[in-house]
Design a protein around this ligand. Structure first.
Ligand code: NAP
Length: 263
């Protein structure tokens, strides 16, 4: 896939907490869902955001939102499976803004089937994007963060990465794997000024839930002590806090944001 920067720059950032003022963040899967909400939240708090996704139209949508808010942003078409694109994206970011303070490894897919029906293709594709993709992006950015002696690597795992789930052998393997990598990076990189953390969302209202029948969604809502699904903004808020200096002593953490679903 061809790499292609898409630029947008407004006149300044609107009033907000500005906990991320001056920071530069790369967010994968930022075209929609949790990734888009995270990109908007980071921009609202003053960060300059690289909107990475595979779909140009979704990238455009996020870039337009941020530009309208007065934020500084750059869209970048990159598949997390393509190391060359990811390295070029990091180079373009450093060329434009001089550094990378935060990587949010958010891009992810589901291809569900019970183990008796799962195909090798379903297993491999989910692992390639959800697990190897997280490794690829981190590998592409880590030299820059080591040079800086600072950085934050945030990762979307899932409650399925803690407890497993019916029909999700591939997804559970990928999300457990993300937690393993996060704990390893927290140990390897902590002394170099780089923090790594994982967020485990419960069931959040995005297109990833589109294939779940409505009656199952209702049953899920009833299992959540807060009585509802989560909103993408509620995960974005967690990422923004973890990216900020307020989270300066949080490293190797696995934070569940599920409305208490697993209690
Ligand atoms: P989503 O709405 O489907 O958004 C995911 C985004 O990632 C899409 O824009 C998608 O692009 C992009 N993407 C897919 N494959 C990619 C690739 N190879 N390279 C770059 N970008 C790619 O999903 P979401 O619900 O926001 O989920 C975001 C993350 O949270 C995922 O890691 C997911 O596993 C995790 N999570 C979600 C929930 C939930 O309930 N929603 C719960 C737990 C964890 P296209 O749409 O163009 O393919």
């Amino acid at each position: 896939m061809a790499d292609e920067p898409r630029n947008g720059k407004g006149s300044g950032n609107g009033a907000a907490n500005m906990r991320l003022a001056g920071k530069v963040a790369i967010i994968t899967g930022a075209g929609r869902g949790i990734g888009q909400a995270t990109a908007l939240k980071f921009a609202e708090e003053g960060a300059r955001v690289v909107v990475c996704d595979v779909s140009p139209e979704w990238i455009e949508d996020t870039v337009e939102h941020i530009t309208r808010m007065g934020g500084d942003t750059m869209g970048y078409i990159a598949d997390v499976r393509n190391m060359g694109s990811l390295r070029a994206m990091v180079d373009a970011t450093v060329a434009r803004w001089g550094k990378v303070d935060c990587l949010v490894n958010n891009a992810g897919i589901v291809m569900d089937a019970q183990i008796k029906n799962m195909t090798d293709d379903q297993f491999d594709r989910v692992i390639e994007i959800n697990l190897k993709g997280v490794y690829n992006c981190t590998r592409a950015v880590v030299d820059t963060m080591l040079k800086q002696q600072s950085g934050v690597i945030l990762n979307a795992s899932s409650i399925v990465g803690l407890y497993g789930n019916f029909g999700q052998t591939n997804y559970a393997a990928s999300k457990f794997g993300v937690i393993g990598m996060v704990k390893t990076w927290a140990k390897e990189l902590g002394r170099k000024g780089i923090r790594a953390n994982a967020v485990c969302p419960g069931f959040i209202e995005t297109s990833i839930l589109a294939s779940i029948p409505e009656r199952v969604i209702h049953a899920l809502e009833e299992r959540v002590p807060l009585g509802r699904l989560g909103k993408p903004e509620e995960i974005a808020n967690t990422f923004a806090f973890l990216a900020s200096d307020e989270a300066s002593y949080i490293n190797g953490a696995v934070i569940e944001v599920s409305g208490g679903l697993t209690l």
